[in-house]
Design a binder for this molecule. Structure first.
Ligand code: ADP
Ligand code: MG
Ligand code: MG
Length: 208
């Protein structure tokens, strides 16, 4: 069935966010303050180091550590939001020894609930929620129909990418981009774009 290595996930996230930092910053420059790539690169580099040097913790504890590290290293909205997401995911896992498909679906449900509780964004508000919610739903549906974890992660990655693309015609109703009103229309939301990268990285953190 396979499971997710949190260390590998955070390694992959750190690498892809750093590689895409300029692009994420450009997206944020168009409708925000142009720091999204820098914010997340700094945060996930610290997360990667914290998790890699934390010894032999169960995956839930690693996710809680990752979330706390993000909150303490990222000042922008994305730090507390993804920090809360990862902490809630970790809490949902508890001391489970493995992050398999069913547990990942529960963990990501909890992550999404944490983001919504903190940021109060609804679907269609042009935020990271527009990428995360369809990803969680696709993952859950795939796990429930008995798909392999690899297939479920591919479905989640595709749904997140489509969700991020779907933010282009939306008008922002949360976060800095909302200050622009109708001028936020026609641009991809940076937080939705980075969320798609973070979800896609799960597919490269799969161990047999
Ligand atoms: P800041 O806006 O503080 O500079 P970032 O640039 O790091 O923070 O992150 C901006 C992203 O955060 C947005 O693109 C959006 O996806 C997300 N975001 C902002 N506010 C909210 C919110 N209330 N709920 C969910 N996501 C939000
Ligand atoms: Mg910003
Ligand atoms: Mg900022």
């Amino acid at each position: 069935m396979g499971s997710i290595s949190v260390i590998a996930w955070m390694d992959e996230v750190s690498a892809v966010i750093a590689a895409e930092a300029d692009h994420l910053t450009q997206l944020d420059a168009a409708i925000g303050d142009g720091d999204h790539g820098v914010n997340l690169t700094r945060g996930f580099l610290a997360v990667r180091e914290a998790v890699a040097s934390s010894g032999d913790l169960p995956p839930g504890r690693q996710l809680i550590l990752a979330g706390k590290t993000l909150v303490s290293t990222v000042g922008g909205a994305s730090g507390p939001l993804w920090g809360t997401a990862l902490r809630r995911a970790g809490r949902a896992l508890g001391d489970a020894p493995e992050l398999d498909g069913a547990r990942l679906a529960d963990a990501l449900d909890a992550a999404l609930a944490g983001v919504v509780e903190l940021g109060a964004a609804e679907s269609g508000d042009k935020t990271m929620v527009d990428a995360l919610r369809p990803a969680v739903a696709a993952l859950r549906a795939a796990v429930e129909r008995g798909a392999s974890l690899a297939e479920a992660l591919e479905a989640a990655g595709n749904a997140a990418a489509e969700g991020a693309q779907a933010t282009v015609p939306m008008q922002a109703r949360k976060g800095r981009a909302s200050y622009l009103g109708e001028r936020s229309i026609g641009h991809e939301d940076p937080g939705a774009a980075s969320t798609a990268l973070i979800v896609a990285a799960l597919g490269r953190a799969l161990s047999a």
